[in-house]
Design a protein around this ligand. Structure first.
Ligand code: TXA
Ligand code: MG
Length: 348
């Protein structure tokens, strides 16, 4: 791996792109301070300009550091990117970084406006993957890294998925194995703390409850004056209703309300049916072909395999995918969010 890491560092310094493994999904990385490289990210993904990118930083904390020293280390690295590193931001960094949390803060003056989508805020995250941490340390800078998929499509969670997205070999891919978490980081906006508190813009493995617990233990919690969905919230491309989408039509059905599946719609169709083990049977007798996938029962396991499953279902070349609705509890929120968007954008 060390030769590959050296070439990856060289690519980043030359303004080229490198696909990097993270604990959430693979990212398409470029030097966050190089305008031409950042523009290449938009061109390669087919991502419209104006959609902000997340800045990924190296972990500055050493195992020998005291809590005060590590807080100081986070502060120093964050000051490169934000003009207002609040106690709330430091508390969340200490609690969850490296890890699947992106923190939105007021941007520092010299952050490229192409990175922030022209906004006054910047998204920052310290990813928890040893290969990417080694790369960031050797590179000595930070990278922007959107998910390494074409715009609107399913995020990659293996190096092979990235190859499928960019088959022409133009992107160097660092293979760090399958991503452990499997869905994108939680995004929490702290930039409007005084009026809004901590606002989750995109749900992920770190829940709102976990964030609130850390902040309230430190006496930093805030009564919310506004909830997510506020019209003034910054743009989040993952918040477009159609996103993460398979090409095959994806229908989410409620086993307690089977009206969501119209038997007539199935006549002569090839169908994929993704359901939990204990699920109730659905009447697919009029279909010409049924392929069944049993989903893992735990939210963490389903998150880990979700995008690989959606890709595999897409490759079955069926006419429609029926996917069982997820449980209502908080631990399923992030997966429910991604599946809902995948369904809206599917079949295109
Ligand atoms: O887990 C992740 O966050 C992955 C891995 C590769 O780190 N990255 C990722 O990047 O999901 P991307 O570009 O696919 O999604 C980043 C999201 C976008 O929806 C973007 O709008 C939002 O982060 N974002 C970035 N900066 C922002 C800002 N200043 N304000 C609001 N949203 C922001
Ligand atoms: Mg993405």
């Amino acid at each position: 791996m060390s030769d590959l890491l050296d070439s990856a560092v060289k690519q980043l310094r030359d303004g080229s792109l490198v696909a990097i493994p993270t604990e959430t999904v693979y990212g398409l990385a470029a030097d966050a301070k190089n305008l031409a490289a950042v523009n290449k990210v938009f061109a390669t993904k087919g991502r419209p300009s104006g959609h902000p990118l997340i800045v990924h930083i190296a972990n500055p904390v050493l195992p020998t550091m005291s809590s005060a020293e590590s807080q100081n280390a986070w502060q120093q690295v964050l000051f490169d990117w934000s003009r207002d590193v609040s106690p709330q931001a430091l508390a969340l960094a200490q609690a969850f970084w490296p890890g699947p949390l992106t923190i939105i803060l007021p941007k520092a003056k010299n952050v490229l406006s192409e990175v922030t989508g022209g906004q006054e805020t910047v998204g920052i995250r310290c990813p928890n993957h040893s290969v990417t941490q080694d790369l960031l340390r050797l590179f000595g800078g930070a990278v922007v890294a959107p998910s390494a998929n074409r715009f609107g499509r399913i995020s990659p969670t293996t190096a092979d998925h990235v190859k499928d997205e960019f088959p022409d070999g133009s992107v160097l891919i660092l293979d760090g194995g399958a991503c452990d978490v499997g869905i994108e980081s939680t995004i929490v906006d702290l930039s409007r703390w005084d009026t809004h508190g901590a606002v989750v813009l995109r749900p992920g493995a770190i829940s709102k409850g976990m964030i609130d617990e850390v902040l309230s233990k430190l006496g930093l919690s805030k009564d919310l004056l506004a909830q997510d969905g506020d019209a003034t919230q910054p743009r989040v491309s993952g918040s477009l209703s159609a996103h993460y989408a398979p090409r095959t039509k994806l229908v989410l059905y409620d086993p307690d309300c089977l009206d969501s599946i119209h038997v007539n719609d199935c006549v002569g169709k090839r169908v994929a049916w993704a359901h939990f083990e204990k699920s109730q049977d659905i009447n697919l007798s009029s279909c010409s072909d049924i392929q069944e996938i049993v989903l893992p029962a735990s939210a963490n396991q389903l998150a880990r395999s979700l995008y690989a499953t959606l890709r595999a279902l897409d490759q079955l070349n069926v006419d429609v995918i029926y996917f069982e609705k997820l449980p209502d509890s908080e631990q399923w929120d992030a997966i429910r969010d991604r599946l809902g968007r995948a369904s809206v954008g599917s079949g295109a």
